[in-house]
Design a protein. Structure first.
Ligand code: NAP
Ligand code: ZN
Length: 353
């Protein structure tokens, strides 16, 4: 076991602050990574503040962070895919049971025994729970480590590990392709990646936002049209026309007006995870055999596929790189939908702690 620097919160009402955490010495299948960048996902904030207590209570102290890019510093004797000096990435998962039907099908993200990168029981007993990427170093089983395309900017790559795969996966599943009309609701970290992928897949892309100030950025990011979701007249113009809508909103909101925009057999997928239940009118779904579904990150193979796709198409997140000392301020800005479009922590800033 060794010690590494991190930022952690000790309760739902405490700010994140400098801490020292234990990491296991790499076992034969492990990769040890020096973390260079870690994106800030709204899920970090939900977890730090225990907003998902009914579904996934937070264990304190918590070290959040699951959008990790870094450099390999050490590998175990059985590791074959990585060597010291390589770039490597880690997303939301660091382990799973590997025996269930989902794991066998490459969908570790639906394994009932998966280990999340933070706040999951630590099978190695290094600490009571796993600690995430707001730290200087992490040790992860080779199977859950991803290769980073060499042409991509590293800070912009980190958010692909959650915001990227969470939007890529449902768009692939629901067959977002050329000629489809696709909506992306909420232009934050997930939303702006959703826009980039929908555009890259050839769809006609419409952004639904509550922030009038984001219109130009939405178009620059790849949207063909931008709709103010709180303007009923603007919404009505698109009634019954969408093949697919991806809802990335982090807070409570009305989804019936969005469901009404779907065409017959259209689908609305929720990836945003507001802490409280959303109300749904049966009529919106019945009329037009529309469907409402959800999606949770993606499996390891699909995450690698997404990274390779990003390498080929030169896709990264638009990041605001911050030192870790600004993380609490960044959380407050997230709550005001004031992020362009993902905060990413430059982990070199942790060295001065
Ligand atoms: P984010 O950067 O804060 O973006 C959320 C966006 O939602 C905001 O920028 C805002 O966009 C919109 N919004 C916020 N409050 C709203 C409200 N009251 N009504 C309508 N729109 C509102 O968050 P994120 O990191 O993209 O994460 C989004 C959600 O996805 C979070 O709940 C997160 O936990 C969840 N998540 C789920 C998965 C998964 O696997 N399913 C993975 C990662 C994250 P506008 O300004 O454009 O309106
Ligand atoms: Zn996330």
């Amino acid at each position: 076991m060794y010690k590494t620097k991190a930022y952690s919160a000790s309760s739902a009402t405490s700010p994140l602050a400098s801490a020292t955490i234990p990491r296991r010495d790499p076992t034969e299948r492990d990769v040890q990574i020096e973390i260079l960048y870690c994106g800030i996902c709204h899920s970090d904030l939900h977890s730090v503040r225990n907003e998902w207590s009914e579904f996934m209570a937070t264990n304190y102290p918590i070290v959040p962070g699951h959008e990790i890019v870094g450099r390999v510093t050490k590998v175990g004797s059985a590791v074959s895919k990585y060597k010291p000096g390589d770039l490597a990435a880690v997303g939301c998962l660091v382990d799973s049971d590997r025996t269930c039907p989902q794991c066998k099908a490459g969908m570790e993200n639906f394994c009932p025994n998966m280990t999340l990168t933070f706040n999951s029981p630590d099978k190695h007993k290094t600490a009571p729970v796993t600690y995430g990427g707001y730290s200087a170093s992490i040790v992860v089983d080779e199977h859950f480590v991803l290769r980073v395309p060499s042409n991509l900017n590293l800070a912009g790559t980190a958010p692909l590990l959650c915001a990227g795969i969470t939007t890529y996966s449902p768009m692939r599943h629901w067959n977002v392709t050329e000629g489809k009309k696709v909506g992306v609701v909420g232009l934050g970290g997930l939303g702006h990646m959703g826009v980039k992928f929908a555009r890259a897949f050839g769809a006609h892309v419409v952004v639904f936002t509550t922030s009038p100030g984001k219109t130009q950025d939405a178009m620059r990011l790849g949207a063909h049209e931008v709709v103010m979701s709180r303007n009923a007249d603007e919404m009505k113009k698109h009634a019954g026309s969408f093949d697919f809508i991806l809802d990335t909103v982090s807070a409570g909101h009305d989804i019936d007006p969005l469901i009404n925009l779907l065409r017959i057999d259209g689908n609305l997928t929720l990836v945003g995870a507001p802490p409280k239940p959303l109300a749904v009118s049966a009529f919106g779904l019945i009329v037009g055999r529309r469907s409402l579904s959800g999606s949770n990150i993606g499996g390891i193979a699909e995450t690698q596929e997404m990274l390779d796709f990003c390498g080929r198409h030169n896709i990264t997140a638009d990041v605001e790189v911050i030192p870790i000392q600004k993380v609490n301020e960044a959380y407050e800005r997230l709550l005001k939908s004031d992020v362009k479009y993902r905060f990413c922590i430059d982990m070199a800033s942790l060295k001065s702690e």
